[in-house]
Design a protein around this ligand. Structure first.
Ligand code: AMP
Ligand code: MG
Length: 423
C-alpha cells in the first residue's frame, strides 16, 4: 500500500490519476489482445441463436418463390383495368396460398385471390377486396384509379437465388433464424460456444442460505454476472465465492484456466491488504491493464492466464455491471468471432441535473422516459454510489459522461446507452 502524503481534505484532483488510462483506450488495448476462437461445429438451425456463423450462407432459392398477392382481392391483367368508367368482370376461380389457380385469366375475367397465393397466368395486378363490388358469386365490378402491378409481391424480392444472405462472422439473431428457415437451411456451421468461468472473492461473502455475521454480506455479484452472461449463448461455469487466501485463490484460478476461454473475478483487485488477485494473475500469467479512468469501475484488470482471457472486476456490485458492459462484453464479442460491436448510444435531454467532477468518465444509471411534451428525457436513478445496486435495477439506460464533464443541468443534452440493447 502507498503511504506518505496524509490527506486532510478531499480535492477535485481525486478524480484525476496520471497513471490511469481512458475507457476508450482500455477497450482498444483489450480488443487488440484478443484472438477469436476458430473451432467450429455444425448445429441444428434453432441452436444457432446468439451464435456466430463460421461460413457465408448463400440462398439456393428465391424468396418469395413465386410472384404472389399481398392482399385478399381480385387478380387481373393491368391492361384490362378500367380506365374511365367502372367495369364488370367474370370471376373464373379462386387462388389460395398453397393452392394455386392453374388456368389462364383473359380479358374481362379476374381470379379471386388470397394473400400469399401465386399470381395466376395472365394476371399481374390485384385489386383489394374492399375496392370491389360483388354482384353475384361469379361477377364483380371494379372502379378506376388502380395502379399497374399494385398489391403484388415479386419472386425473389426479399432474397434472390444465389445471393449471400449472411456472411461469415454474422451474429445470429431471432429474425435471422427466420430468414435461414425461409431459404430451407436446416443446419449451420458456427464457431464453438465460449466457456466463461467466474468466481467472487472476499472473506465477507456468504452464499444465500448461510447466516450472516457482523460485516458479512451475501454474494450478489455472482448473480448479476450470471444474469448478464445467461443472455448470451455461452457455457457458464460458476466457481462460487472464494476466500481472500492465496492458496484458495490459486486453486480457483487453476480450475478456471483448465476449463474456460474467459475468466471473470470480482473483488480483490484494489490496493487493500487482502487484494491478492492481481498478484496471482501476475504469477500465473500476464496483466495488461491496471487502472481505468472510469466511475464506477476503477480498478479493472485485464490479462491472460494460459489460453484464457482474464478480467478482474472491482468488488462493488454496480462497478461489476458497468465494467462488464464496457469491457467484458466487447471482449466476449471479439472472442466469439463476431467482432466487438459498437453499442447503440444517442443524445437526449437531461430531465434532472447530474452531479459530476471532471477527471473520470462516468456511467451513471438513468431512466429514459417521455416528458409532457413527448420529448425523450433522462433522469438519474438517485444515489449513484457503486454499492447502490438497486440503482442498476431501476435504470433502463446508462448515462455516459465524458472525462471533462463537470456536471449537467436540466435541459442539457447527454449521451445515453440503453441497457436492454446491450446483449
Ligand atoms: P473489493 O474490490 O474486494 O475491495 O470490494 C469492494 C466492495 O465490494 C466491498 O464493500 C465488498 O464487500 C463489496 N463486494 C465485493 N464482492 C462482492 C460480491 N460478490 N457481492 C457483493 N458485494 C461485494
Ligand atoms: Mg475484497
Amino acid at each position: 500500500m502507498k503511504t506518505g502524503n496524509i490527506r486532510t481534505q478531499a480535492s477535485c484532483a481525486d478524480d484525476y490519476d496520471s497513471e490511469s488510462i481512458s475507457v476508450e483506450s482500455a477497450r482498444h488495448r483489450i480488443l487488440e489482445k484478443i484472438t477469436a476462437v476458430s473451432d467450429t461445429e455444425t448445429l441444428a438451425l434453432k441452436q444457432g441463436i446468439n451464435r456466430v456463423l463460421a461460413e457465408d450462407i448463400a440462398s439456393t432459392l428465391d424468396v418469395p418463390g413465386h410472384t404472389n398477392s399481398a392482399m385478399d382481392g381480385y387478380a387481373l391483367s393491368a391492361d384490362d383495368l378500367p380506365d374511365t368508367a367502372t367495369r364488370q368482370y367474370h370471376v373464373i376461380g379462386t387462388a389460395f396460398a398453397g393452392r394455386p389457380f392453374k388456368e389462364p385469366c383473359h380479358a374481362g375475367q379476374c381470379v379471386r385471390i388470397m394473400t400469399g397465393a401465386a399470381m395466376p397466368a395472365g394476371t399481374d395486378t390485384v385489386v383489394m377486396q374492399e375496392h370491389s363490388e360483388k354482384i353475384t358469386d361469379t361477377e364483380i365490378r371494379l372502379g378506376t384509379g388502380h395502379q399497374r402491378g399494385q398489391n403484388v409481391r415479386h419472386a425473389g424480392e426479399d432474397i434472390s437465388k444465389g445471393s449471400v444472405v449472411f456472411k461469415q462472422h454474422h451474429y445470429i439473431q431471432p429474425a435471422d433464424l427466420g430468414v435461414l428457415a425461409s431459404i430451407g437451411i436446416a443446419e449451420i456451421k458456427a464457431y464453438r460456444r465460449l466457456r466463461i468461468a467466474f468466481f467472487s472473492t472476499g472473506d465477507e461473502l456468504r452464499s444465500i442460505g448461510e447466516p450472516l455475521d457482523t460485516g458479512d454480506i451475501y454474494d450478489s455479484n455472482r448473480y448479476s454476472l450470471h444474469g448478464m452472461l445467461s443472455q448470451l449463448n455461452i457455457e457458464i461455469i460458476d466457481l462460487g465465492s472464494v476466500r481472500d487466501k492465496l492458496d484458495d485463490l490459486r486453486e480457483a484460478f487453476q480450475t478456471a484456466t483448465s476449463q474456460a476461454d474467459l475468466i471473470i473475478t470480482t473483488g480483490g483487485v484494489s490496493v487493500g491488504e487482502a487484494d491478492f488477485v492481481k498478484n496471482i494473475v501476475e504469477e500465473m500469467g500476464k496483466i495488461h491493464i491496471w487502472k481505468i479512468a472510469m466511475k464506477p469501475g476503477r480498478p479493472v484488470t485485464f490479462g491472460e492466464l494460459d489460453h484464457a482471457v482474464f478480467f478482474g472486476l472491482p468488488g462493488n456490485p454496480v462497478s461489476v455491471m458497468t465494467t462488464f458492459y464496457q469491457f467484458v462484453l466487447p471482449a466476449i464479442q471479439q472472442l466469439s468471432g463476431q467482432g466487438a460491436r459498437t453499442p447503440l448510444t444517442f443524445e437526449v435531454l437531461a430531465g434532472s441535473a447530474l452531479r459530476k467532477r471532471p477527471g473520470r468518465y462516468e456511467c451513471q444509471r438513468g431512466i429514459l422516459s417521455r416528458n409532457e411534451s413527448g420529448q425523450l428525457t433522462v433522469s438519474a436513478t438517485g444515489k449513484q454510489g457503486s454499492g447502490i445496486l438497486t440503482s442498476m435495477s431501476r435504470a433502463n439506460c446508462l448515462i455516459l459522461l465524458d472525462e471533462d464533464c463537470s456536471g449537467i443541468e436540466i435541459g442539457d443534452y447527454v449521451t445515453v446507452q440503453p441497457l436492454n440493447t446491450f446483449l
